[in-house]
Write a protein that binds this ligand. Structure first.
Ligand code: HEC
Ligand code: HEC
Length: 301
């Protein structure tokens, strides 16, 4: 009797949850697509696009592991708090990739986490970070993506388990946790640190791993870049101004570590950070590596 009562309650709760998520998810997909993400006055800078594409790590996630994998053709499966999720093909193939997209479609995906048809993306795609990038930098990445060889293989899709397979629920998540658009990046900072803040929070997407998350997967802003031991690998803090990590490091220790993976004690970074350095950061300009170091040394948020 009691069991049946509890099961009925559980079912009601689950249905109510799906209802709330569904409604909340639907509202943003109604008004998010039309936020005036136009391309007026854009002047392409392909070199900048290639550079930020690299710092942004697009290829590290969107290329399958192993030798001979076709660049950006997808096929990796990421483990996330929501379950396993597959990474799509973002080559310019019109069917299998994003070759049929407009520049506005691309901006909407990177800024708002929305597909051209208004579906919500999972935040495993780090749009929570990329949303901080300027329109022109994003469009430069778009310009670069169009130079990649199209690959006609559709990446396999992994479907998440219920209830996380209901993408509408992500609308609620985004209402709670997505802070959209540029700005709010560099309060009270000199020019170098401001550029560093931009790179760390935007293309570098450092917070995706280095900021701990709450039970719903949103960032704990009060512990910005403070590291986390929640995930499969412990991630160290990189916010020395708050006494969280990089103790005793100076600016050149940091910029050297970002470009080479070498730590001040002569050891080198391991696990996911080794890939981040190798694929994303190793070609940072000296100025940008120094700017990131300046920001990290002063970073409160
Ligand atoms: C940490 C891994 C990761 C990184 C880094 C990453 N992505 Fe993705 N991306 C994903 C995942 C996962 C999805 C699929 C999300 C979903 O299905 O909801 C995705 C989806 C996309 C989509 C939508 C594709 C479609 O078919 O709907 C675009 C466009 C995209 N990413 C572009 C980029 C660009 C450009 C960069 C680099 C600036 C980048 N991504 C970096 C993981 C990543
Ligand atoms: C995919 C997850 C991920 C991303 C993205 C990432 N890191 Fe890391 N980072 C790690 C992990 C994990 C470690 C610990 C590596 C180890 O165990 O050797 C680490 C280590 C470091 C260290 C060395 C700290 C120490 O005390 O040894 C620095 C510095 C660092 N990261 C800076 C950054 C910066 C700056 C960015 C953004 C450009 C960034 N990381 C992006 C996962 C990540």
């Amino acid at each position: 009797m009691l069991m049946r009562f509890l099961m009925a309650c559980g079912l009601c709760l689950a249905l109510a949850l799906v209802g709330v998520l569904g409604v909340a998810g639907f509202i943003p997909s109604l008004f998010w697509p039309d936020r005036g993400l136009g391309t007026d006055g854009y002047v392409p800078n392909p070199e900048n696009g290639a550079y930020l594409f690299r710092v942004g790590g697009c290829a590290s996630c969107h290329t399958a592991p192993g030798k001979g994998a076709k660049p950006l053709a997808g096929g990796r499966v990421l483990k996330t708090v929501f379950g396993n999720i597959s990474v799509p093909n973002i080559t310019p193939d019109r069917e299998a990739g994003i070759g049929a997209w407009s520049a506005e479609d691309f901006l909407r995906a990177m800024r708002l986490g929305l597909s051209p048809s208004g579906r919500h993306y999972y935040p495993a795609f780090p749009y929570n970070s990329y949303t901080n990038m300027s329109r022109d930098d994003l469009l430069d990445i778009w310009t670069h993506l169009k130079t990649i060889a199209p690959v006609a293989d559709k990446a396999p899709t992994v479907t998440l388990d219920f209830p996380f397979n209901i993408r509408a629920g992500l609308g609620l998540w985004k209402l709670l946790f997505l802070v959209e658009g540029e700005g709010k990046l560099a309060r009270n900072q000199d020019e170098g640190a401001a550029r560093g803040a931009y790179l760390v929070k935007g293309p570098g997407h450092c917070a995706e791993c280095h900021t701990p998350r709450n039970a719903l997967g949103g960032w704990k802003y009060s512990r910005w870049l403070s590291g986390s031991d929640g995930g499969p690998n412990p991630v160290p803090g990189i916010a020395p101004a708050r006494g969280r990590g990089l103790k005793g490091w100076n600016a050149s220790d940091i910029s050297f570590a970002l470009k080479t993976g070498m730590l001040p004690d002569g050891d080198s970074v391991g696990s996911e950070m080794a890939t981040v350095v190798d694929k994303n950061l190793s070609k940072l300009t000296d100025e940008d590596a120094a700017a990131m170091a300046a920001y990290l040394l002063s970073a409160r948020r």
